[in-house]
Design a protein around this ligand. Sequence first.
Ligand code: PLP
Length: 419
Amino acid sequence: MTKLEQIKAAEARLLVHTYDRNPLLFTSGEGVYVINEQGERYLDLLSGIGVNALGYANPVIENAIARQSKKLIHISNLYFHEGQAELALRLTELTGMDRAFFCNSGTEAWEGALKLARAHAGILRSEGKQIGTKFLALEHSFHGRTYGSMATTHKAKYREPFAPVMPGVEFVRLNDVADLRAKFSNEVCAILVESIQGEGGVRPLTQEFFAEARKLASSTGALLIADEIQAGMGRTGKWCGYQHYGIQPDITTLAKPLAGGLPLGAILCTEEVARSFHAGLHGTTFGGGPLACAVGIAVVDAMENDGMLDKVTATGEYFMEKLRGLAGKHEAIVDVRGKGLMIAAELDSADLAKKTVAEMLKRKILINCTSDTVLRFLPPYILERAHVDAAIAALDEIFTEHAAAGQFSTGQAASTGGH
Ligand SMILES: Cc1ncc(COP(=O)(O)O)c(C=O)c1O
């Protein structure tokens, strides 16, 4: 039995079954590559689902962990430590927000944002304003797996087995301004968006829709909340996806790459919204600990020092241009979209999308498929053109083989029909 087979058998016996893992045992990483137990290198175009933005074995992250772990790893939020205010200063400046709350994951940040919105509406009501408790979320949204996040996540398969989920959520058709207007009222305490939907298939909001959401929310005192957990922290070439639109939400959430692979999430909000919480109303044991914050500061500094946003924009444009070239050649690619290094190639069939991920894996390139037909690329920001070229060559080969097989089977069907 190989080590992988042993681990597979042990997990099958010991873990609650929630993941269908690829049969790969990764033991280390270097730059844009992850390395398996046999020392084989895989080009990682997924970066741990948008987390390992600065790549593997990055000395900036290693040194920050080493330095801070020798000083203080955890202290709880009952005491001060050096990291939170410093990271909050950096993040608020970069995102146009005023205040931060730190937690451990994306879904936890989103839960906190929902609580903040309900508490904010409560304060407005106590001041005599007419405002309800309803959330407007978007079709194709994904906000996480805990109860509030799940309730505001569109796909029924994520919600229904856990019913009853949190009530008071209505879904609006993505980018349908008329539907948004029709469903918005004084009952709404917040409109919930991802500037570019991630799990939903890398679908950006239109300028018109985002602007309308901002306008409607402001008209009643409701909040506009942008989930930037996947699109944020430089992924799209700006610190937050909403900055492409020139629209400022009242609350935003960050997580994934924030602490270079350590769990760290953040809620960022305006001064006006922040007054909705007071001591004791929200909290966490681990959130914003000294280790995660020290690494978060190092990540932000490294991104700024290395001009990372410009690199993401340039490499992303190159990647999309190459994908569009492929789309011109292969009919199976029906759309190419994205921003920066949050990129999708939509295919004409779910079966082909699944096969393409598997074929890429055989060629030692990691990608994934979301929303059934969408190949998603979330590579590390340090990706170079040569890596893009390698991925494009592999995709070209796969689609060429697919087309050839299709022609063959169509030919067969035609000749069978002829008999
Ligand atoms: C937009 C968005 N929000 C929330 C989440 C949930 O984050 P986490 O898995 O860290 O709880 C994700 C995860 O993919 C996400 O993409």
